[in-house]
Ligand binder design. Structure first.
Ligand SMILES: *Cc1c(COP(=O)(O)O)cnc(C)c1O
Length: 374
């Protein structure tokens, strides 16, 4: 295969040097304590509080279970309506529905793909109990406007911050906004623990409750008070997180360089739009979303995806289709009120983005994209 057809995947998991990981896990061969809130788990929890600037955090097997657990722990009334976005990964909506709540899909902002506050406000009814917005691609929601609406109507706000690790808004950690924020530490995310996740929350009382929910509802040696599940992060995953955290600033700096190269390479191409963060945001460069206006650019998003696939470049139609169009939701919940989200899903493509992506490869990818223009 010619080298200019070298396969480039859409993402590549960050890993610490092997020796560093081995050193981190070696003590486990002494202690034989492999899971259930061990030394590594406690250490990672403490380091993440510091890194994220939060008071309260609980670790989980993955982000999805963290989201389910916080929705459960907040004791939202069953059947209550939760206003959320259809422009997200399956997990956000599935967590709402699996917890016996009713998703109500609001539209998004055309500027940054996040839940539009006006659209949220229009959909509030006496049955509304919470808002679950998503910091899509790590781009922060309008946290102030959303909080104002929540305060006015007595609603809980739980952010899906799966993409937004290490992001700050107005100098504050993203997880300090809302009642709670969930992070995913999945292998494909900016910071990973192989599989893993966490929830940060305002009310410290929730710490014990969440730890009980993730451990079968056990509250003591002889007492079980919740019908909980099992969602505890194990020591090997926590150790991976501790190692990856040491390299995170480096990784984000490299992602920043890659992002700037994309934005420069695609600057001024008619009908192509890129999405750098607002000025008050400290970003993590999690993804590289690009939208194509076929009337101006002369080719559709699908044309670009096909052209990239032909030269072995993995771009993803992320997020397409809208969650509200999934087979399991289409006939159940209405979605005609989200024209902006529908348009975004039809025109967006996320291009390869990871710390070690070579700048020459970015140039090659952008060359193929520009070549699609007619
Ligand atoms: C990755 C992701 C999740 C789920 O996280 P897991 O750790 O894979 O369970 C939830 N929401 C969004 C938006 C995600 O991208």
């Amino acid at each position: 295969m010619p080298s200019d057809n070298k396969q480039i995947l859409v993402t590549r998991s960050s890993m610490p040097p092997l020796e560093e990981y081995v050193e981190e896990i070696a003590p486990l061969w002494e202690s034989h304590w492999l899971t259930n809130m061990g030394v590594e788990h406690k250490k990672l929890e403490a380091q993440l509080k510091e890194r994220l600037g939060v008071e309260n955090i609980a670790l989980f097997t993955n982000g999805h279970n963290a989201l389910e657990c916080i929705l459960e722990a907040l004791e939202l009334p069953k059947g209550g309506e939760v206003i959320t976005t259809p422009f997200t990964f399956a997990s956000t909506t599935h967590a709402i529905v699996r917890k016996g709540l009713t998703p109500v899909f609001a539209d998004i902002s055309a500027n940054d793909f996040t839940l539009g506050p006006e659209s949220v406000e229009e959909l509030i009814t006496p049955r509304t109990v919470a808002i679950v917005p998503v910091h899509v691609y790590g781009l922060p929601c309008d946290v102030k406007a959303i909080q104002k609406i929540a305060n006015a109507h007595g609603l809980k706000v739980v952010y899906d911050a799966a993409h937004a690790f290490n992001v700050k808004v107005g100098g504050r950690g993203i997880a300090t906004y809302g009642d709670a924020a969930m992070f995913s530490f999945h292998a494909t995310k900016v910071f990973n623990t192989i599989e893993g996740g966490a929830v940060c929350f305002r009310d410290p009382v929730l710490y014990d409750v969440l730890n009980q929910w993730k451990n079968f509802g056990i509250t003591g040696p002889e007492s079980v008070v919740y019908v909980g599940g099992n969602a505890k992060m194990n020591e090997f995953c926590a150790a991976m997180g501790i190692c990856n955290l040491r390299h995170l600033d480096d990784e984000i700096a490299k992602r920043h360089t890659v992002a700037e190269r994309y934005w420069k390479d695609l600057d001024g191409v008619s009908g192509v739009r890129v999405f750098p963060p607002r000025g008050d945001v400290e970003y993590n460069y999690a993804y590289m979303p690009v939208t194509f206006d076929p009337k101006v650019f002369g080719a559709t998003r699908d044309d670009v995806a096909d052209a990239l696939a032909k030269v072995n470049v993995g771009a993803r139609k992320y997020f397409y289709p809208l969650v509200s169009d999934y087979d399991c939701y289409r006939s159940v919940y209405a979605s005609e009120r989200t024209p902006v989200a529908r348009h975004a899903a039809a025109t967006v493509l996320t291009l390869p983005m990871f710390a070690d992506l070579a700048l020459e490869d970015v140039d090659r990818i952008c060359g193929v994209v520009r070549g699609c223009a007619r």
